[in-house]
Design a protein around this ligand. Structure first.
Ligand SMILES: [Zn+2]
Ligand SMILES: [Zn+2]
Length: 261
């Protein structure tokens, strides 16, 4: 190739760098029509990836953000809120005020989160924190949150993985919305990695797995807390964390998770 041509392409690339998708690393085509929902604000994610991210569609459970098939058709009694899923109707002693999730835990998110958590692609935390920020803007604008906290890993798990995904996401969100993060909890009981146990066994398995760090009690007493985690499955873990926070004097605990299973 001629030197002139080489130089021209070098300066062209320097001036107009090809933007790559933060998720799949493929070049982002310019001037394409975008998806209509609020993920369109994520300019550094390609269309193909964006189209595979699903925002929990309406109607959804007011409490846990699970998409509902039919409003009201599954009420356990006349007085039940038609916008509560069956789990939330049966289990009415929630400590969590409500959960909201940025996207659904579909195959695409499963692969992306696995890449992040188990294969150490930490750069994905930028994308995921931004997804949390969009969900925060959508669902928590009118809630006055005092502090952010996150679900801790057991020290053994932390050592094996080298970072806590929930902590990274909480930090990322905190930088964008200016609400401080408090490292409030420690995991004192190890639980199974991929729990094969049923929904209700999961609740008893996780019992007493967390403790509030004594030195931070003053920072959570009387406070409204937003707790962060990557995936909401049964809600057992988040609910247990919320319980110990409430025991130590937290006023209200809301949760925001990246993906809703
Ligand atoms: Zn992509
Ligand atoms: Zn629910």
């Amino acid at each position: 190739m001629e030197l002139k041509v080489l130089l021209r392409s070098f300066f062209h690339d320097l001036l107009f760098p090809e933007q790559k998708c933060l998720l799949c690393e493929k070049p982002i085509a310019r001037h394409t029509t975008d998806v209509s929902h609020h993920l369109s604000q994520m300019k550094d994610i390609c269309m193909t990836c964006k189209e595979q991210m699903e925002i929990p569609p309406f109607p959804y459970c007011h409490h846990c953000h699970k998409p509902l098939d039919h409003v009201a058709s599954t009420k356990i009694n006349q007085s039940s809120d038609p916008y509560l899923c069956l789990d939330c109707q049966y289990q009415s002693n929630h400590t969590i005020v409500m959960n909201r999730s940025a996207v659904l835990y579909n195959e695409f998110m499963k692969d992306s989160i696995a890449l992040y958590k188990y294969r150490g692609k930490e750069s994905l935390s930028i994308v995921f924190s931004r997804l949390l920020k969009l969900a925060y803007d959508q669902y928590y604008q009118n809630v006055s949150i005092d502090v952010i906290t996150y679900v801790p890993l057991h020290p053994n798990r932390l050592q094996e993985r080298s970072f806590n995904q929930a902590e990274q996401l909480a930090m990322g969100l905190s930088r964008m919305i200016g609400i401080p993060v408090v490292n409030s909890l420690e995991r004192v009981k190890e639980t199974h990695k991929q729990s094969k146990s049923g929904k209700w066994e999961r609740f008893s398995e996780i019992e007493n797995a967390f403790q509030v760090k004594e030195q931070i009690i003053g920072q959570i007493q009387g406070k409204t807390i937003l707790m962060i985690d990557d995936i909401y499955t049964t809600g057992a873990t988040l609910n247990e964390c919320a319980k110990v926070l409430a025991h130590s004097g937290a006023s209200k605990v809301y949760t925001l998770t990246l993906a809703r299973a």
